[in-house]
Design a protein around this ligand. Structure first.
Ligand SMILES: [Zn+2]
Ligand SMILES: [Zn+2]
Length: 324
């Protein structure tokens, strides 16, 4: 018998053949429809105007994020399309939609009035649908006193809130906290909020404002370096970096109106499923972030009004635009 015949498809019979073909089909399906992302880190830099961020063609204050944008994707235009303030913009990111923010007596803060969300948040969708413990879903920010809470929605609510970790004052102190959290828990979803850019923007000092942007940019770079050096996170983590709002076009010390400076924000995405060196020109808003993360991690964001940014993903969809 010709030994070569052992290698013809016709000679593959029986259970072993079925198993081999099942494996081949499964692998093919995974590579076509599946995502490599297993972890997501979402960074919110409060109040960074796009003209000092990636909208600056010289990327004067954001060299690290510019470098990352070449390894990943940015969206232009990306906007806050409604309320260009923090107390509405941040919950819109969490909820993937413009949510009301009702007041409630917060027993975690001695019964003082605090705000929550009417719509369920990304934390709740993620934890409930994927049965994840609180320490797998962590929100790291500075010590802001009584932190705004997620929703009391009947289907979701406090049982699915994230682990809130509020410690530190400066962005660098909060970054130290974030590293400790990442090392200790390796959460699959981390939201990391940096407050200082907005704070120093309001000071009216251009020097302090731009220096705080450089620090936030450094932190994003160090975070990505940390991810790539960590055996759990390397090559399986997607990072998004965005803002809640911009700042007035003609006055960086304020925001909260309809001007282009207040509306225009950043969306930088980098990770194993994200196209490289892409400037996507499909207009998007901050409501589209949570549905996109849900798509990557495998949960539904059924009450969100935003939609998945498929155009950023590697694969057959080709909305790719020429490199900058
Ligand atoms: Zn502000
Ligand atoms: Zn404005």
């Amino acid at each position: 018998m010709n030994p070569a015949s052992d290698y013809r498809f016709g000679s593959w019979k029986g259970p072993a053949c079925v198993l081999v073909w099942f494996t081949v089909i499964l692998l093919a399906a995974t590579s076509i429809w599946g995502y490599e992302t297993e972890h997501v880190v979402l960074v919110i830099i409060d109040g960074l105007r796009y003209t000092e961020g990636l909208g600056d063609t010289n990327h004067t204050y954001v060299p690290r994020m510019y470098e990352l944008s070449k390894q990943g994707a940015v969206v232009e235009p990306f906007t806050n399309d409604r309320h260009t303030n923090t107390r509405r913009g941040i919950p819109a990111i969490w909820c993937g939609g413009w949510t009301e923010v009702p007041t409630f007596a917060d027993r975690h803060c001695g019964g003082v009035d605090n705000q929550c969300c009417e719509l369920p948040t990304i934390f709740e969708y993620y934890r409930k649908q994927l049965s994840r413990p609180q320490e797998d879903c962590i929100y790291v920010l500075g010590d802001v006193g009584c932190i705004w809470k997620a929703s009391f929605d009947a289907d979701y609510g406090p049982d699915y809130w994230p682990l809130y970790h509020c410690e530190g004052s400066t962005d660098l102190e909060v970054w130290d906290q974030a590293q400790e959290i990442l090392k200790a828990y390796h959460p699959s979803f981390l939201l990391f909020y940096l407050a200082r850019v907005d704070h120093f923007g309001h000071s009216g000092s251009w020097g302090y404002y731009t220096r705080s942007i450089e620090i936030a940019d450094d932190i994003v770079g160090m975070l990505w370096d940390f991810i790539q050096a960590d055996s759990v996170y390397a090559n399986t983590t997607t990072m998004f970096v965005t803002n809640d709002h911009g700042r007035h076009t003609d006055d960086f010390s304020g925001h909260d109106c309809d001007c282009e400076g207040c509306r225009t924000i950043q969306l930088l995405a980098v990770g194993p499923d994200i196209k490289q060196d892409l400037v996507s020109t499909v207009p998007r808003t901050l409501c589209d972030i949570t549905p996109t993360i849900g798509e990557l991690l495998g949960f539904e964001t059924e009450r969100a009004s935003g939609s998945v940014m498929h155009e950023l993903f590697e694969g057959p969809d080709t909305t790719r635009t020429p490199s900058r």
